[in-house]
Design a protein around this ligand. Structure first.
Ligand SMILES: Cc1cc2nc3c(=O)[nH]c(=O)nc-3n(C[C@H](O)[C@H](O)[C@H](O)COP(=O)(O)OP(=O)(O)OC[C@H]3O[C@@H](n4cnc5c(N)ncnc54)[C@H](O)[C@@H]3O)c2cc1C
Ligand code: FES
Length: 290
């Protein structure tokens, strides 16, 4: 297993014991529609900052409806507030979408492991993000851009189904313009739309990097829908990335978020506590993982 201290891991030892089980009140400060089903939310906790690390998640609850794990999308430097992007798929996410500025939610967390941003200092970073996977990756990307001198080359790949599914479009345009990073974007399909960019699944971007990226000094951070992992990992292996240079964030059904209920269990691993961020090397033997 990868050394835990290299994983910057949980940060949960810093959260007060009470907040592990007891939701704290957070107020909705800002809400913006991003796509047909995805909206951006900015929250503020009443008595403390969330204190998360890139890649961690929090449980958001609506009284009388339920609770859902949602990734934190803002970087840790935003200490007063924290940001989430939530896809409306059911009861909790639907209820959060119905909130207005000034309304309250319950928050537990932050929970889970984080992207090892300290351990990756001095390395090249390759972010490969698909769809709503950009949400947790954005926290790490923004962290890396805020600490730009700590990292060597940074490549960011983002893909989504069609141009209407693009998230954080203003930030994508800024990344495109930056001279100190390389940003590549694609959409799976574009029938009759006015998209001028690359069309094809995200793995069709990898050949652009084949002779540029040195797999032995680069760490790939991969976050996307379940189907993406298998093909991206095959592509990275073709580029000769070692398995311990591939970092993934896995999404599993969760309830408690703190290793008590077993909903997220894969063999002897609790994704809510041992993950969601894993080195691929540590989970590749688990059939259910990818
Ligand atoms: C670590 C982690 C981070 C996540 N981050 C985000 C995020 O940043 N933004 C976001 O929009 N969503 C995120 N999710 C998914 C989110 O938790 C689920 O969409 C949510 O729990 C659905 O709750 P609901 O009550 O609205 O839906 P329900 O009414 O419970 O179910 C509606 C539909 O969603 C499906 N569903 C329920 N829970 C999950 C789940 N955990 N994964 C996949 N499908 C599910 C059900 O099968 C059903 O079809 C994350 C999940 C995990 C585990
Ligand atoms: S969600 Fe309960 S053990 Fe992981």
């Amino acid at each position: 297993m990868q050394e835990k201290e290299d994983c910057q891991c949980t940060g949960k030892e810093e959260i007060q014991e009470s907040s592990i089980y007891l939701p704290e009140v957070a107020t909705l400060l800002r809400k913006e529609k991003m796509t047909q089903f995805d909206s951006f939310f900015e929250f503020e906790l009443k008595d403390r900052s969330l204190g998360h690390l890139p890649g961690q998640f929090a449980e958001i609850s609506i009284p009388g409806i339920g609770e859902a794990p949602i990734s934190i999308s803002s970087p840790p430097s935003d200490v007063k507030t924290f940001e989430m992007v939530i896809r409306k798929v059911g009861s909790v996410t639907g209820a959060v979408h119905a909130l207005e500025k000034g309304d309250s939610v319950g928050i537990r967390g932050p929970f889970g492991t984080s992207f090892p941003m300290d351990g990756l200092k001095g390395k090249n970073l390759l972010f490969i993000t698909g769809g709503i996977g950009l949400v947790p990756a954005r926290s790490a990307i923004k962290y890396a851009l805020e600490h730009r001198k700590d990292y060597k080359n940074i490549w960011i790949l983002f893909g989504c189904k069609d141009p209407d599914q693009r998230l954080f479009t203003k930030e994508l345009a800024e990344w495109e313009k930056r001279a100190d990073i390389d940003f590549y974007e694609t959409v799976d399909r574009c029938d009759g739309c006015d998209w001028q960019g690359h069309v094809g699944v995200i793995t069709t971007l990898l050949p652009k990097l084949e002779h540029i990226v040195d797999p032995f000094s680069t760490y790939a951070i991969v976050v996307g829908p379940p189907v993406m992992y298998k093909y991206v990992i095959l592509g990275l292996r073709d580029m000769e990335f070692p398995d311990d240079h591939i970092i993934v964030s896995l999404e599993r059904r969760m309830k408690c978020g703190v290793g008590k209920c077993g909903h997220c269990q894969m063999d002897n691993i609790y994704v809510c506590q041992d993950g969601p961020v894993f080195y691929y090397n540590d989970i590749k033997h688990l059939k259910e993982a990818i």
